[in-house]
Design a binder for this molecule. Structure first.
Ligand code: GLC
Length: 411
């Protein structure tokens, strides 16, 4: 038996010697942060390695939030560092990366299978600059068991949510139970925090490349969140809460309602969760009289301009953006598919039943502005949201500051 194996191995070596596979000895390094389920991507990479002898894939993980990752990648890319071959980029960044020539265009890819928002985000000046890794949108997670106990239906407006949260927290008398958790830290997520109630009033931020900022709508948005803190629905130090803090606190059983992205679902159902089987998901509430909206998220894979294995990296990226991988990540990591057909895949729906309704939420979610100067737009909004929530400035002053800064950036 051993001899047979040895013979087979020798034969394989001999064959390789005669005509080496294109992928021989190609180490690829891919940047995926801890929040994007690297442990699940690892399984996809293991399968790819098994099918592509010679290719080895290493994950580099860092930066717990989108802008910390961006800061790190900015340093790596500014230094023209060749150590990363593939970059997982937040949906707001391909435009900036393409403008800086940090990613290489991907030729001959069929974009028609992807949801329209991701075709837009990844196409810059007619060129495909990255491919969709997964889709995303913000949802309202709630404790089904607690809503049932107090006979409350999932709220459709923020006022209904505040009333429901008060009823639950007063009834439970558990000092550790928060009514609502959302992102108030000065992180990328806080841009969506601001935009959700702003968009809910039917307003846009940018239209046809021009700033269409509505100051009254901005005041109402900032006031909504500050009032929720002042009423005790959200905790006092919400200005320190980042996306994954919301996820952890809800998962520990300390939150009745939470605003979060799709990835949180798989973790809520995991072995370490105190709330497995007790979680419901709904559309985010509207500001009174307005529409229920969501913020479009998602992540893309780009090939670094400084990679020394661009062909193999391109091949891997097109595999990672395939429908099969999209469904696998939905089933195993509750990451939303980028291909509409996956939302009807029975295996996906068995693993995450609410994904059937999530397609419509993703398709109607609103996108943050696409601009190469997005970093500055984001900074203007997220730092102001944070100052309002920590009580440093009023919602009125906050709206004025955002407007002033955006006018200088977008004109
Ligand atoms: C999620 C979204 C991403 C967003 C980020 C903000 O990862 O997919 O688009 O910018 O959260 O925290």
């Amino acid at each position: 038996m051993k001899l047979k194996l040895l013979a087979a191995a020798l034969m394989a070596t001999a064959l390789q010697g005669a005509s080496p596979p294109a992928s021989a000895d190609t180490p690829l390094r891919i940047f995926i942060s801890t929040q994007q389920q690297p442990q699940v991507w690892r399984k996809v990479f293991d399968q790819y390695e098994a099918k592509n002898p010679g290719v080895t894939i290493a994950i580099e993980s860092g930066g717990a939030t989108s802008e910390l990752q961006a800061q790190y990648l900015n340093t790596v890319m500014s230094a023209k560092d060749p150590s990363l071959d593939i970059l997982a980029l937040d949906v707001i960044r391909p435009a900036q990366y393409a403008a800086a020539n940090w990613t290489v265009p991907l030729d001959n890819v069929d974009m028609t299978k992807y949801l329209a928002a991701y075709v837009d985000a990844n196409t810059v000046d007619g060129k495909v600059v990255a491919l969709p890794a997964f889709a995303d949108a913000m949802f309202l997670y709630y404790r089904k068991d607690l809503l049932d106990k107090y006979a409350i239906a999932p709220p459709k407006t923020w006022d209904e949510l505040a009333a429901a949260a008060k009823k639950i927290t007063e009834g439970e008398k558990n000092p550790n139970l928060q009514g609502l958790s959302f992102q108030g830290k000065a992180i990328e997520g806080a841009v969506c925090t601001f935009l959700l109630p702003y968009w809910s009033q039917g307003k846009t931020l940018v239209s046809n490349g021009r700033l269409t900022f509505d100051r009254d709508a901005a005041v109402k948005s900032l006031k909504l969140w500050k009032d929720l803190v002042d009423q005790g629905v959200a905790k006092k130090n919400i200005s320190e809460v980042a996306t994954d803090d919301t996820r952890k606190e809800f998962q520990a059983g300390n939150v009745a309602f939470a605003v979060n992205w799709a990835y949180a679902w798989a973790l809520f159902q995991g072995a370490e969760s105190a709330v497995a089987g007790k979680v419901g998901v709904a559309r985010l509430p509207a500001l009174g009289g307005g529409e229920q909206t969501s913020c479009l998220g998602g992540w893309e894979f780009g090939v670094s301009a400084y990679s020394t294995h661009k062909d193999e990296a391109r091949k891997l990226v097109s595999y990672l953006a395939s429908q099969d991988v999209s469904s696998f990540m939905a089933i195993n990591g509750s990451l939303l598919p980028t291909v509409a057909a996956s939302y009807r895949d029975p295996e996906v729906l068995k693993a995450v039943p609410w994904f059937g309704e999530a397609l419509n939420v993703v398709q109607t979610a609103k996108a943050r502005p696409v601009t190469a100067r997005y970093n500055e737009v984001s900074d203007a909004i997220r730092t102001t949201v944070n100052s309002v929530l920590s009580g440093v400035i009023t919602p009125e002053d906050g709206a004025g500051q955002i407007e002033g800064r955006l006018k200088r950036i977008l004109r």
